[in-house]
Design a protein around this ligand. Sequence first.
Ligand code: RIB
Ligand code: CA
Length: 309
Amino acid sequence: MTTPIIIDCDPGQDDAVAVLTALGSPELDVLAITAVHGNVPLARTAPNARALVEFAGRPEVPVHAGCDRPLRRPAIHAVRIHGESGLRGFEPPPARRPVEAAHAAEFIVETLKASEDVVLAALGPLTNLASAFTWAPEVAKRVKQIVLMGGGRGVGNVTPVAEFNIYVDPEAADIVFRAGAPIVMIGLDTTWQALATPPRLAAWRKKGGKAGQAAAAMYDNPARFDAKRYGEEGLPLHDPCVIAYLLRPDLFDGRHCHVAVETGSPLTLGQTVVDWWGTTGQAANATVLSRVDADGYFRLLTERLARLG
Ligand code: RIB
Ligand code: CA
């Protein structure tokens, strides 16, 4: 049995490792990649997604371009981290095939109308998903599951309490968390446990095939290592946690709880307010993960990346 998934992403270095991992995993039927603004502008994330599927030897996987800015705010990018190209350190051959004509939100709506088995893997700002759920609210309850990288419990990487994917488009995140679809939220407090340390980079180079080489090239950036923040040398590998959860949920722990998104306060804009101890009595709307077996995670990534040759 394969799991049909749509990967909504803003490649972006970690998005790229996530997409390659998914394409190396036969358990997943990647119906399409939908690109969204985020780490770099849509004008880069969409062609990057095309280049990734072709690098992976999967040119038949369609890529749909989506929203090029947040629902109501100016776009914010992370070029300082991901580079102008969005894939700093990795230069895949340029794509030969164009992106599809249909907008990402339209593809998501039409796919969900046709099936109730589809998982949405959300790796960037949630603008495409929110646009789809606003356009056709009835499809939100047809989603099998949304597994998203975003938010965190009391931590942030843009502000002290807000994570990039949520902070960039908090209104979109608010729509998604209220939409009624089953959600698994993988926040920074979990992904910061998954560091691409030097031994793990070496394993990617030695045993990860061409995709492992590409991943190591993107993450071998000692100038950005921050052992004080993360506890040891290495950069966190956020987005592939979403794919790893779909493949091996046993590598993770978490609990059902209510999550709300701050969309008004200038101080805490974009915070995911996670009711971890059930103090509000509000019904849980997400499974919030809190731990990952980092060694098992990187072994899984290395093994799947290697399958791409
Ligand atoms: O905060 C980390 C998240 O923001 C990751 O998805 C990264 O790719 C960026 O989109
Ligand atoms: Ca991302």
